[in-house]
Design a protein around this ligand. Sequence first.
Ligand SMILES: N[C@@H](CCC(=O)N[C@@H](CS)C(=O)NCC(=O)O)C(=O)O
Length: 217
Amino acid sequence: MTPTITAFESSPDRGRGLARDMRVRWALEEAGQPYDVRLVSFAAMKEPAHRTLHPFGQIPTYEEGDLVLFESGAIVFHIAEGHPGLLPDEPNARARAIAWMFAALNTVEPPIFEYSLATILERGEPWYAQRLPLLEGRVRGRLDELSRRLGDADWLDGAFSAGDLLMVSVLLRSKASGKLDDYPTLCAYLVRGEARPAYQRAFAAQLAVFNSQPSPG
Ligand SMILES: N[C@@H](CCC(=O)N[C@@H](CS)C(=O)NCC(=O)O)C(=O)O
């Protein structure tokens, strides 16, 4: 059965791969699973019809027969469980890959996202200049720790896994803000992730949505 995911009709990042449907598209491409995309506007995301799929009125969602999922991590996990190649078969290695999925979403993404949100939404606030170094420090702390752990390895724990897929996805937001420039091993890690054919197909598909729209004015 071909799953359907939802994505932004009009992406705030102009299709640069930061919206969270990107990680779901990437997982589906790694799995070799064709999928359909339903584009939703910001207004439609907050309507009851979309909220039956996603209680928080966001993207991405995932529909496959009777199954409806929200949360990009849960969706990637579901795809990884149903297809070979995204989670190791050996039980301990599989558990560690899942731990990296949680680490990406629960430990590394929050400070990166918080920083990025502040630079967009809090710029005009009188306390912005005071708060920014604190947020930057939290991002740096995580990047320091992650780059130490990755060292010279290609991937976080042996072969590429859904843990890497989510970690690379999360780090891309830091690359966009220039915060990765001091971390050559993390930059190389991202290059490896972005070079994967499945990533490239997913990126092109997401960008095509933006490019198909008439330019404003
Ligand atoms: N934790 C959720 C976050 C989902 C999320 O923040 N989606 C964004 C797009 S990347 C969204 O829909 N933003 C619009 C909004 O919140 O109104 C996930 O990983 O799926």
